[in-house]
Design a protein around this ligand. Structure first.
Ligand SMILES: [Zn+2]
Length: 131
């Protein structure tokens, strides 16, 4: 079995990792700061984690959300867990403006929108996640 989120190479730009979770900047750049929080252990659902693993994952997700909102100056974090393509627990974080309506948010989620990669944003997020 190969899983792109067990072997993070190629799944995005890893900006943080600890024993419970990693944070990757998603390669689609659907919005600035589209990121994924990836569980360190290959499980499909959050309830497959131990309580300690879940708390570690959630702490990382919470910190990543704050950093991504600050660094993109976005108002709102859209959070999404699907697992259709890759059934390894991961949470997408999309920092967006609060002015986006549901249709605009769905366009982002479906990657019908994209922006240019911002290397400086990646480095700022990496620095703050590891501070
Ligand atoms: Zn996996």
């Amino acid at each position: 079995m190969t899983c792109s989120l067990c072997d993070l190479a190629g799944a995005g730009e890893t900006v943080f990792t600890n024993e419970f979770a990693s944070v990757l900047i998603h390669p689609d750049w659907a919005v600035p700061g589209h990121a994924m929080v990836v569980a360190s252990r290959h499980v499909e659902n959050a309830s497959d984690l131990t309580t300690a693993e879940w708390l570690g994952f959630a702490e990382t997700a919470r910190k990543a959300e704050r950093v991504l909102l600050d660094e993109t100056r976005a108002d709102r974090a859209i959070l999404l867990k699907l697992g259709i393509q890759t059934p390894h627990l991961h949470l997408h974080i999309y920092p967006v403006s609060a002015s986006l309506d549901r249709a605009a948010v769905m366009a982002v989620i479906e990657a019908r929108a994209s922006v240019a990669r911002d290397a400086s944003l990646v480095e700022h997020v990496r620095a703050r996640m590891n501070a």
